[in-house]
Design a protein around this ligand. Sequence first.
Ligand code: CMP
Ligand code: MG
Length: 381
Amino acid sequence: MLLRKGEIVFRQDEFGDQAFLIEKGKVEIFHTHKNGHETHLAVLTEGEIFGEMALIDSNVRSATARAFTDCQLLPINKEQLLDKLDSSDPTVQMIVQILLNRLRQQNLSKSGITLENMPETETKTNVVDRIKLENQINDALQNNEFILYHQPIIEFSSGNIIGSEALLRWESPQKGLIAPGLFIDILENSSMIIPVGFWIIEECFRHFKIIEKQIPQNKNISISINVSSRQFSNNNFIKNLKSLVDKHQVSPRNFKLEVTERVMVDAHSIIGTLDKCRDMGFEISLDDFGTGFSSLQYLSRMPIDYLKIDRSFVINATKDLKTKAVISAIIYLARNLNIKTIAEGVETATEESMMKSMGAEYGQGYFYSKPVSFENFLKII
Ligand code: CMP
Ligand code: MG
């Protein structure tokens, strides 16, 4: 959009739903006083963005923008900007808020408005709690307070334990064993998931080396490792995974990487990453199938080896004929695509026999064993 020198782009205190990139020319930003007096704040030039503040903090325009010379502007809509911010780390979001508040206050003080009549800044307690917990998670990693439990996975046809899913637990010296529900969510949404995620992979490799040494007849056991979508989409994921394989000299065919459907939705280059993992020898397991963004298309498009049917489906299959029909069809489809099925959260004999009869190959759940410490896992395999 083209503006002549002196034209107003938007006025202070209006609501706005666009920001602007200056493609050519200059834009002046100034504060307007009640008496019409203006306080100059800045002149912005080519390549700079303005009008972003009102979109980000859903507040009114902090200042007026006027073409300083003839200029050409490229509008940026709210969604374009906010989508990017929403998908960023909560801490980054908080920092952006703080910087915007600071800038608004600075502008006001430049315009001679005193501290007493400045708008109050919002305190975001949940963000503060989050940062505290993130710091504790960081300390927990440094102090070796994380441990991995194993929940056995059973092969229906033989009844044997063929592997386990490794599950993170936090053993805090002050608070005892902390349930994953209290920290996994925060962990997965923070940058801490990257180092903790690699710690998990490494610990699984160490555990496997112990199994291989102590129980050589069980060297075909396979450990399932949960990989969060944030970790999986990280640019260095493949490189780091490879160096851990080299460091511990393990064979990737003894491990499954469990990814959720979120991974499929989030990353564009996901198929490439999955293929690279498989080329290294890892198997891929699609976790929590049936919750969230389930799409049968994933089954045919994604390079996966296993499908984990979510606990909620397993319970309902014994209660509701329609759910049963859906699961039965999914298992049938998976089989035809060469994907094996693991029923999650099997708690009763009825659930087991139903999943078996529908063609699922493996089961995991309290019916066989709850998650146990590695020490105890060694005793039962
Ligand atoms: P917004 O509050 O949406 O509308 C006014 C815009 O002016 C604001 O977004 C920023 O893009 C810009 N702006 C505000 N204060 C300053 C400043 N002190 N220096 C440069 N640009 C500013
Ligand atoms: Mg899992």
